[in-house]
Design a binder for this molecule. Structure first.
Ligand code: ZN
Length: 304
């Protein structure tokens, strides 16, 4: 969540650390110029309006659907035994989320399980309200539970019905999602993987939890989280070990959703994009490494 990042930024007094160069261009940016930390962050979170305005809901692949906003992803896995929702997003956007689910012909009330990308309010603040509306069970990575417990919109306690560990499976109506711990952005940041079928083929899907190194993140000598840099390295290690056919992420800009949406119906499914996974991941990792090196250099200068 950006507000947390801004607060941290103020607290450490470091301000916004701007980073100019990373190695590789992504599909979402002009070749030859990489995004700075600030630009990458802005690309992901969009405007305040983008965060709460529903994007036209659509089928992505198999029984996986997009029901999020212009800048915050929410995914619905529709099964004959009810549905799994990944990300409830801001509580004030829940009405729009419900409208998107219903526009696809599904009943909101049939949501049985609520999962999330990571314990920041832009992705998971709506959990309590959606649970109230649907009776769904909320399942979250155990390492994110302390942060979720502090997330209390309108002073509602954050519901947690099942705590997950790395590799745990969530199954409903013949669909199975696997929770992969990809820490760094938060302690329990979760990348969801699943296999879906379409036209007799099966496809591996990965929904990246986020490896964003937001402006203000302190990787060196961070008293609140001394191991944050190691957590990021572990998150990248896990993500680099995956090779999904359908790369997705907690923000739609992480997989070029708007541009792919325009191509639905002309030719092959645009969301099947194995190359797109590394085109996103590699520059995000390079940016993290660059910021880490800058912060290490700054800390070394201070020591002298
Ligand atoms: Zn976040």
């Amino acid at each position: 969540m950006w507000m947390t990042a801004m607060r941290i930024s103020g607290a450490v007094g470091a301000g916004v650390i701007m980073v100019a160069m990373v190695a590789m261009p992504t599909a979402q940016q002009p070749a030859g110029r990489a995004l700075t930390q600030e630009e990458m962050f802005r690309r992901n979170v969009g405007s305040r309006e983008d965060q709460v305005t529903p994007f036209p809901p659509h089928r992505i692949v198999g029984n996986l659907y997009y029901v999020g906003t212009h800048s915050l992803s929410a995914f619905l896995v529709a099964t004959p035994d009810g549905h799994i929702l990944i990300n409830t997003n801001w509580e004030r956007a829940v009405e729009g989320l419900k409208t998107s689910v219903e526009a696809l012909g599904f009943a909101f009330d049939d949501i049985e399980i609520i999962l999330g990308s990571h314990a920041h309010g832009d992705h998971m603040e709506g959990d309590a309200l959606v649970k109230e509306m649907t009776g769904a069970r909320v399942m979250a990575m155990a390492l994110d539970v302390p942060a979720l417990r502090r997330m209390r919109p309108g002073d509602k306690p954050h519901p947690i019905d099942r705590e997950l560990q790395d590799g745990d499976e969530v199954t409903l109506g013949g669909s199975t999602l696997v929770a992969r711990l990809t820490p760094g952005h938060t302690k329990g940041c979760t990348t969801w993987t699943m296999t879906v079928s379409e036209d007799g083929e099966s496809y591996d899907v990965a929904i990246i939890g986020s490896m964003g190194s937001n402006p203000g993140f302190q990787f060196v000598n961070n008293p609140d989280n001394p191991t944050i840099a190691d957590e990021f390295r572990e998150g990248f290690r896990v993500l680099q070990s995956l090779a999904p056919d359908v790369p997705l992420g907690s923000h739609p800009a992480m997989y070029g959703m708007a541009e792919k949406y325009e191509r639905i119906g002309d030719g092959p499914n645009p969301f099947i994009d194995p190359d797109g996974y590394r085109e996103e991941l590699d520059p995000v990792e390079a940016l993290f490494m660059q910021v880490l090196r800058e912060q290490e250099a700054a800390a070394a200068t201070e020591r002298r």
